[in-house]
Design a protein around this ligand. Structure first.
Ligand SMILES: CC(C)(COP(=O)(O)OP(=O)(O)OC[C@H]1O[C@@H](n2cnc3c(N)ncnc32)[C@H](O)[C@@H]1OP(=O)(O)O)[C@@H](O)C(=O)NCCC(=O)NCCS
Length: 155
């Protein structure tokens, strides 16, 4: 674990509108097809559960989830490339699972690119199981990529 992460405690808090420029920078660094600032703004506007992970005075990750009628959908979870592999993604995911449970969701669903090995490992190690596949769901550099649909029971 890097000295920086050891010395600084990650702090997960609700996302605010004035976080958006930093969040979008992390998003753009981490994804081949990142969300735009407009999409992230819409998530805040419609009241999705939007969170950031701070390390010291910077935002290093974020997560966006919708929770309704007993279902949580994890729409985005992201850690900036410089901060990956240090346990922050797992910490963010566990927090989202806890929040979803507190809001009476009994299942969490998410979709992940079939080739996103790091994320697949993370989800499976947290007890998610594959429940389906959407063929050619995501745009990719060379055409389209499948989405794997994962679910985890929360109770
Ligand atoms: C997926 C993501 C959120 C994981 O965050 P992270 O901070 O790197 O993850 P952690 O350090 O908490 O690692 C958790 C687990 O993920 C897996 N993992 C993470 N990166 C990995 C990699 N490059 N290769 C293989 N496994 C990896 C490991 O199982 C790891 O478990 P460990 O604790 O036993 O090592 C992060 O890599 C990311 O933001 N990626 C880009 C955006 C993205 O793809 N989001 C998911 C969309 S569905």
């Amino acid at each position: 674990m890097s000295a920086v992460v050891q010395d600084l405690m990650p702090f997960i808090r609700p996302m605010r509108a004035d976080d958006l420029s930093e969040v979008i920078e992390v998003e753009g660094d981490a994804y081949s097809h990142p969300w735009s600032e407009g999409i992230m703004q819409d998530c805040l506007r419609v009241g999705y559960s939007c969170w950031v992970c701070e390390l010291g005075d910077r935002i290093v990750g974020h997560a966006v989830m919708s929770v309704a009628v007993g279902e949580a959908h994890l729409l985005n979870i992201c850690v900036g490339p410089r901060w990956q592999g240090r346990g922050l993604g797992r910490r963010l995911l566990r927090r989202m699972l806890r929040i979803a449970g507190q809001r009476n969701a009994d299942t969490m669903f998410l979709e992940v690119r079939a080739g996103n090995d790091g994320a697949l490992w993370l989800y499976e190690s947290e007890g998610f199981g594959e429940i389906g596949r959407r063929r050619g769901y995501y745009p990719a550099h060379n055409g389209r990529e499948d989405a794997i649909v994962y679910a985890k029971a929360l109770f």
